[in-house]
Design a protein around this ligand. Structure first.
Ligand SMILES: NC(=O)c1ccc[n+]([C@@H]2O[C@H](COP(=O)([O-])OP(=O)(O)OC[C@H]3O[C@@H](n4cnc5c(N)ncnc54)[C@H](OP(=O)(O)O)[C@@H]3O)[C@@H](O)[C@H]2O)c1
Length: 284
């Protein structure tokens, strides 16, 4: 099969197209024929070696956490899926998505939202799951609360905004002014231009803030619960999210679609830090 792999840490140029053997599904695993895979910032951070202290790659490595496709084959013990099912999954940090076929544990795979094509569906898993778990499982966001979402136009933020609104929260999102009309389309009550305004000057009494790893020292000083949270693959989260999407309550945002072989270009774009929604690699 065709795959994009890396054999060493480095710039986007280390992403190389190779021919490799198709993986076989083991016990409780499914083999997915990948139609589309999306790009997450973790991919270029891993490629560049920025996260090797806590997640060293084993070379050659196939990056890519998010896939949407059809079940090609199921391994022993798989009960929920059969060949031909349309599915989507977050494969987690191990990746494997930048390829024509990817293996996933049955437990992390979910039925693709029926109203989305594979390109749109591939934009959902990691961003959607991260937003869901952070807001609802960690922060326990409730209706009527005020939430501040940084990076609201990005792959995680756009879902966080939509999920929080759907839950009945008051939502403030940060983005540059170019994205403010977009944030209002997503449903924010208030958009803050981080390039013009210090958010701490205009946002007060937020119950929940979705942010980069916060300072424990400052959190203690102000009596705030602060933690770094790492999302984990979850088919039940994906099933909940699919329901919202199919009910027309949450939309997916794909800014750029590129063929798989243009993964280096996709990484350059992601690394710029200004993607709106997601970049998706079309595989099949
Ligand atoms: N812990 C976890 O489990 C987990 C999971 C997924 C992602 N992450 C991390 O979470 C972060 C966001 O991920 P993502 O996929 O949403 O990234 P992304 O899609 O690349 O985010 C791009 C967005 O960030 C906005 N942005 C850039 N600088 C900003 C600033 N100073 N203030 C506010 N918005 C800003 C941009 O809006 P403008 O163009 O308007 O500036 C753009 O829309 C990344 O660092 C990623 O690695 C963590």
């Amino acid at each position: 099969m065709k795959a994009i792999r890396i054999h060493q840490y480095g710039g986007p140029e280390v992403l190389a197209q190779v021919e490799m053997q198709r993986p076989a599904p083991g016990v409780n695993e499914v083999l997915i024929k990948v139609h589309a895979a999306s790009v997450n910032p973790f991919d270029w951070k891993a490629r560049a070696g920025y996260v090797k202290e806590f997640f060293p790659l084993t070379f050659p490595a196939t990056l890519g956490s998010d896939v949407s496709g059809t079940v090609e084959e199921v391994g022993p013990g798989v009960a929920r899926f059969k060949r031909g099912d349309e599915v989507y999954a977050s494969l987690g940090l191990e990746g494997g998505g930048y390829a024509e076929y990817a293996v996933a544990k049955e437990a992390i795979v979910a039925e693709k939202p029926g109203t989305l094509d594979h390109v749109q569906a591939a934009a959902v898993p990691t961003g959607g799951i991260t937003a869901w778990q952070a807001l609802f499982e960690v922060a326990q966001l409730r209706a009527g609360q005020k939430v501040l979402i940084h990076g609201a136009a990005g792959g995680v933020g756009n879902f966080a905004v939509q999920f929080a609104k759907e839950r009945g929260a008051y939502v403030i999102g940060t983005a540059s002014s170019r994205n403010h009309a977009f944030l209002h389309e997503l449903g924010v009550d208030n958009a803050v231009d981080y390039q013009q305004t210090r958010f701490e000057d205009v946002v007060h009494d937020a119950d929940v803030v979705l942010v980069q790893p916060p300072s424990q020292e400052l959190a203690t000083k102000y009596g705030v619960r602060a933690l770094f949270y790492g999302g984990h693959p979850s088919s039940s989260n994906l099933a909940e999210i699919a329901k919202l999407i199919d009910a027309g309550k949450v939309k997916t945002v794909v800014e750029t679609v590129l063929p798989l072989e243009e993964a280096p270009r996709a990484h350059e774009l992601s690394q710029s830090g200004h993607v709106r929604g997601k970049i998706v690699l079309k595989v099949a």
